[in-house]
Design a protein around this ligand. Structure first.
Ligand SMILES: C[S@@+](CC[C@H](N)C(=O)[O-])C[C@H]1O[C@@H](n2cnc3c(N)ncnc32)[C@H](O)[C@@H]1O
Length: 373
């Protein structure tokens, strides 16, 4: 009973993940065993998002490409003691089932040897359908090798799910995004960052995570209300400066009175962004329905969808006088306004009727273009 209360308190404080890294080895082994005994609600939520995205991702990719790569940067054992599939095995199941026979390279990186052994066993059944490369190393040291092994132009999806923020840097993610057709989903440790802002000794580590000098000091000076948004938007800002589309998903837990963590998605691919956005909207709707039926939602509920007028005004003011890829215009609108692809398409169609945009649909090998007045 006391153990359960302690565990819940650590979840509430957001200490569960990050503090494991700082525990003495013997104790860490025991706690970590507990962590992978059954699937925790927070892991279920992460896995829902991963699974929801990977299915359409690989289905679409397999129609247009001969190869694809999936990278699990902090893989874990692949399955809980209860037998439930965890991220690398879940990905292997989806990719082998929906991959349409193309060559799929699955990389799984795990630093701890005893977990790595379980990972290899759990991935073994997929070796005849996927090219599996399990790597026992730290994410940062394995990453350059993995990036080199993914040929330019091969679509890749990276799932980055560390404990806390100290084992990943902005530069690592930037190097992934430099690959053509790459997409990243990262577990953003909101509570760990909030706590770290009050500890000057970890400010350098936080600055590396954001890729911005003095960001920890600046964020530390914000009010608690300002911090709530700024902590995650500053992180996204770094990637947007690189020309990426980004989206953060707030994940709540029933026992916590503030966001528990975020999943942050980033890519240079407008199509990937549009799929992720629409999936997120669907997932959120399902959760809203569950909530109205008395079940507590794990997701932050956002405001209502943007109106057609808002989308029309946004598109015309941002792109006035320019010709842009249709998918890029749609993804940009989705990044700034809660909406679906269909709703933005309707706004573009309404603008076309009014003569405020000329839309050329996609031809073979050519993207659809929009020319705004
Ligand atoms: C949060 S768990 C991953 C869970 C897994 N992604 C899932 O969803 O089922 C993090 C894992 O990363 C491993 N790990 C910790 N530090 C690491 C590092 N620097 N590089 C690679 N793996 C690391 C841990 O041993 C642990 O198994």
């Amino acid at each position: 009973m006391r153990r359960k209360a302690e565990h819940e308190a650590s979840l509430f404080n957001g200490t569960e993940h990050e503090d494991l890294a700082n525990l003495a080895p013997t104790r860490r082994t025991k706690r970590q065993k507990d962590l992978f005994a059954n699937k925790q609600p927070q892991s279920q939520t992460k896995h829902d998002i991963l699974a929801y995205y990977l299915k359409p991702w690989i289905t679409i990719i397999s129609r247009h490409f001969k190869k694809a790569a999936y990278v699990d940067g902090f893989a874990g054992p692949g399955a809980c003691d209860s037998g439930e599939a965890c991220s690398p095995v879940l990905a292997a199941q989806i990719l082998s089932e929906h991959g349409g026979g193309i060559e799929i390279h699955l990389f799984a990186i795990e630093k701890r040897q005893e977990i790595f052994r379980r990972l290899i066993e759990n991935l073994d059944p997929f070796r005849n359908r996927l090219r599996i490369e399990a790597i026992c190393d730290s994410f940062r040291s394995a990453l350059p090798r993995v990036i080199k092994a993914i040929a330019t132009g091969v679509p890749s999806f990276f799932f980055i799910d560390p404990y806390g923020y100290k084992d990943v840097r902005f530069d690592d993610i930037e190097s992934i995004l430099r690959l053509g057709h790459s997409e990243v989903l990262v577990h953003f440790p909101y509570n760990g960052i909030i706590r770290g802002l009050g500890v000057p000794a970890v400010h350098d580590t936080i600055d590396h995570y954001y890729g911005q000098a003095n960001v920890a000091r600046t964020l530390g000076k914000a009010t608690p209300e300002e911090k709530k948004d700024l902590v995650v938007t500053k992180f996204e800002e770094g990637f947007r400066r690189l020309g990426c589309y980004t989206r953060s998903f707030e994940i709540n837990m029933p026992w916590a009175d503030r966001p528990y963590f975020y999943m942050v998605y980033m890519t240079r691919e407008p199509i990937g962004y549009i799929i992720m956005n629409d999936l997120w909207m669907k997932l959120e709707k399902e959760r809203e329905e569950l909530q109205s039926g008395g079940t507590i939602s794990l997701f932050g509920i956002e405001s209502l969808n943007a109106t057609q007028e808002t989308l029309m005004d946004f598109l015309t003011s941002l792109f006035a006088g320019r010709t842009v890829r249709r998918k890029a215009a749609i993804a940009t609108a989705l990044m700034h306004h809660r909406s679906t692809e269909t709703e933005v398409e309707k706004a573009l169609a309404a603008l076309a009727v009014e003569g405020r945009v000329k839309v050329q649909s996609a031809q073979k090998r050519q993207h659809g273009l929009c020319t705004f007045r």
